[in-house]
Ligand binder design. Structure first.
Ligand code: EPZ
Length: 422
């Protein structure tokens, strides 16, 4: 099993290119199921989750090829051979549920394994099902699978999400493009990944208005065509690398970064005493003099502070002057990195959805265990600023969401290497 070894090495300096967004790509790929013409995605990230989605789409009969070293994906679903998303693939990646809406819209049926819980919480899929039911789908839960059908085709409907859900908004949005009539999604998610999906679907011929606001209106069309679409920049990878110079000191420019993708996060960095500026090429972050100030953070749906940057922000605040309170409002069990950071000398109390972080002057390297994707990268960030050596185990979590992390951090002066057999 591979591990990553990080040695604290002082200030960082240079440029880090930011890839296309994993979470956008994972919802853009199933959009291929809506059309019999090819969908080309450029700026795709090269990650194990993308390979898992490729495997799932291939199991349904789609053809997926890659060019430019994996950065361009060509997906073609001329003819589908199956409507069943098998447990063996779904259990590896919850985003597999995103084939449900497109399959139902195109084929009038779908059988998708229920994903079950995961390290960060129970993560039910009831809102995905209810939004599709509002379009006339019938759902039956049997043998661990959702058996969905819409024999006469989906019909436009009105659905108000009781809580904001990124994935359920994506599933409903994709399904509604081929439903008969108009669908209105209220209290929809407003994440940049939703806007990116709507833009791609529109390129395919869908009629969508209001993406990025709380209400999305979709007028169903008879068919969608092919398209070429660039995947939006990964705002979580961006935020993660913005934290590297914030934690270690120095100045790093994140190429391709856009401040508007991480507005609430930038406000917190500013309050913590970190300089952030939009440049022509990306986002420049520096901490050249002065320490880190404590700030309180509450995670919220976009445009609020993203839950996917909470663990990394905690790594920064472990070394702030003063006490910070982090409230996790999206997932019930997303502080698994806290005990690992404590093994490195951090002073953290977790009580329910609240973590109180009292800043310490210096963290100390230690062997630590990654529990999920964002937790693993928070431990790497902490290790970059710690005294001595940090060994992060179970790095397969990291490879789900960060491509070439050693190279990207190594190029700005970090001491980081991947080793096998630890
Ligand atoms: C997406 O997950 C992301 N994943 C997550 O990224 C991200 O943390 C999350 O959105 C929130 O921003 C992908 O895009 C592939 P939700 P998703 O539905 O869609 C509850 C990462 O590290 N809920 O917005 O699954 C749910 O339990 C990951 O890259 C229901 O109750 O998140 C949670 O509390 C992890 N019923 C809240 O809503 C449902 O049917 C928000 O979840 C659906 C969700």
């Amino acid at each position: 099993m591979e591990s990553i070894i990080v040695r604290g090495n002082g200030a960082l300096s240079g440029q880090i290119p930011i890839a296309g967004a994993k979470n956008a790509c994972l919802t853009l790929m199933p959009a291929t199921l809506l059309s019999d013409e090819p969908l080309t995605l450029t700026n795709a990230p090269r990650l194990s989750d993308i390979r898992t989605m490729t495997e799932l789409l291939q199991s349904l009969g789609a053809e997926v090829s890659t060019t430019q070293d994996g950065q361009v994906l060509v997906l073609s679903s001329q003819k589908l051979s199956s409507t069943r998303a098998d447990y063996d693939i779904v259990r590896k990646m919850r985003a597999s549920i995103l084939v449900l809406g497109p399959l139902l819209a195109r084929e009038g049926r779908a059988e998708v394994s229920l994903p079950g819980g995961c390290a960060i919480g129970a993560r039910p899929v009831d809102l995905h099902l209810r939004a599709l039911e509002a379009m006339g789908a019938e759902m039956e839960l049997r043998d661990g699978y959702v058996h969905a059908s819409a024999p006469g085709g989906l019909k436009g409907g009105v659905f108000e999400f009781p809580t904001v859900s990124v994935g359920a908004t994506e599933n409903a949005l994709m399904a509604a493009t081929l439903a008969k009539g108009t669908t209105v999604l209220k209290n929809a998610a407003r994440e940049p990944e939703i806007v990116d999906l709507a833009q791609c679907l529109r390129r395919m011929g869908a009629r969508i208005a209001g993406e990025g606001s709380r209400t999305i209106t979709i007028e169903g069309v008879d068919r969608l065509g092919g398209a070429t679409h660039p995947v939006v920049t990964d705002r979580i990878e961006l935020g993660t690398y913005m934290l590297a110079p914030a934690i270690c000191g120095g100045e790093v420019e994140c190429l391709g970064g856009r401040i508007d993708l991480v507005g609430a996060f930038c406000e917190k960095l500013d309050a913590a005493g970190i300089s952030v500026a939009q440049t022509g090429a990306g986002v420049k972050v520096s901490r050249t003099n002065g320490g880190i100030r404590a700030v309180d953070v509450t995670t919220e749906p976009f445009p609020g502070f993203p839950t996917d940057l909470q663990a990394q922000m905690m790594a920064l605040l472990c070394m702030a002057e003063g006490t910070s309170v982090l409230e996790e409002k999206i997932f019930e069990n997303r502080f698994m990195h806290a005990p690992e950071l404590m093994r490195m000398g951090a002073d953290i109390d977790v009580s329910g959805g609240t973590a109180t972080v009292r800043g310490v002057e210096r963290l100390k390297g230690a062997p630590v265990m990654a529990t999920d994707l964002r937790a693993s990268v928070s431990l790497i960030l902490a290790g970059l600023a710690a005294e001595g050596e940090t060994i992060v185990n179970r790095v397969y979590h990291l490879d789900r969401g960060y491509e070439r992390v050693e190279e990207k951090l190594g190029n700005v002066g970090a001491h980081i290497e991947r080793v096998s057999g630890q």
